[in-house]
Write a protein that binds this ligand. Structure first.
Ligand code: FMN
Length: 334
């Protein structure tokens, strides 16, 4: 019988596979999240991607329809600038009102919003880049933690540790369930994460070639051609490290940083979020800081999210068998 992977995370999220597909700014909409949920994983709609509350509500309604009542999630990015969090309460109320009970928080501490969410029985997983922040989130009362290594697409923060190292440390120090993210693109990494003591993995970059991701096909076809050295980091000099596609915009930002320019105004046009959205719309990937990590190198075709997830699980089953065969008393051992 093929191995299934039941963990504290599959239980908490009511999912078949211990796979969480993290929020993707501009891209994690109802169609994408619905597809990963229907494939047995958990996905999170990113409210910041939509122009207003009505547009976000429409996404929630679409996702309910696509998933036929299966649980799906919402990503709440908590900014360090209080005025950037003005809409968080409204997103939470809209989500709870639509029956959402699974939230991925990221960025700064979600503690201010935990009582409201947990009073409604919601499950909150907080994404962190260091063990220190993970322990703080655990103390604050989150239900689970996602730890992302420096390989992750998006914001690895000031962390320089890999997902594997974070996983080994977390297994010794955390009590709440945790998943590992950063660089995850093939099923054997799930088995490796589970063997470290994690309860699942978090996917981001690998899923960008899903058919259900609305980005222009030129961009997705470009992603398929990339290898593990196609990403870079920018903005470390501002303490805001960002892992992204190594494109013209990223090179220009790196040049400014190398020149020691510390006035953020010089960077603003290059790094503004709308430039990334335009790149996804037009397929001209030279502009915008486009979140991306080396997990993209595992992608070799654009295909339905369900096919990516199914293959991931088959690879994990295969890895489990491979390890099992290393035991000389195993019936199938060579
Ligand atoms: C294109 C893209 C956009 C992202 N946007 C968000 C976001 O809006 N909020 C968030 O919490 N994480 C965001 N992330 C991070 C992912 O949710 C996830 O933590 C990360 O991609 C995992 O690492 P990986 O890319 O190596 O798989 C984004 C990642 C990518 C690749």
């Amino acid at each position: 019988m093929q191995a299934r992977f039941q963990t504290r995370i599959t239980e908490l999220f009511g999912i078949e596979h211990p796979l969480l597909c993290g929020g993707l700014m501009w891209l994690a909409d109802a169609r994408y999240v619905g597809a990963v949920v229907n494939a047995g994983a958990m996905g999170f709609i990113t409210p910041r991607s939509f122009p207003d509350l009505d547009a976000f509500r429409a996404q929630l309604a679409d996702c309910q329809e696509i998933t036929c009542g299966r649980p799906f999630g919402v990503n709440l990015y908590i900014s360090g600038q209080a005025n950037q969090n003005d809409r968080v309460d409204a997103w939470i109320e809209a989500s709870l009102g639509a029956g959402v009970r699974h939230f991925e928080t990221a960025g700064f501490s979600p503690s201010r919003w935990l009582p409201r969410l947990q009073a409604e029985g919601a499950v909150v997983i907080h994404k962190c880049t260091t063990i220190r922040h993970a322990l703080r989130a655990e103390r604050d009362g989150v239900d689970a933690v996602a730890l992302v290594g420096h390989e992750c697409g998006g914001h690895p923060g000031t962390n320089t540790l890999s997902a594997a190292t974070l996983g080994s440390l977390a297994a010794e120090q955390l009590r709440v369930p945790f998943v590992l993210g950063g660089g995850m693109g093939t099923g054997s990494q799930l088995v490796s994460a589970l063997s470290l003591g994690a309860d699942g993995v978090l996917l981001g970059s690998r899923m960008l070639v899903s058919e259900e991701i609305w980005a222009h096909e030129n961009y997705k076809n470009h992603l398929v051609d990339l290898d593990a050295s196609s990403t870079t980091t920018v903005l470390s000099t501002f303490g805001k490290t960002y892992r992204c596609l190594d494109n013209e915009a990223a090179r220009r930002v790196r040049d400014l940083e190398a020149q020691g320019i510390s006035d953020f105004d010089a960077y603003r046009d290059l790094v503004r979020g709308e430039a990334a959205r335009t790149a996804y719309e037009t397929g001209d990937w030279s502009h915008g800081i486009l979140s991306l990590g080396p997990a993209i190198s595992f992608a070799d075709t654009v295909e339905p999210a369900a096919d990516i997830i199914q293959r991931f699980i088959h690879q994990a089953q295969h890895a489990t068998e491979r390890v099992g065969h290393l035991n000389p008393t195993h019936p199938g051992a060579r």
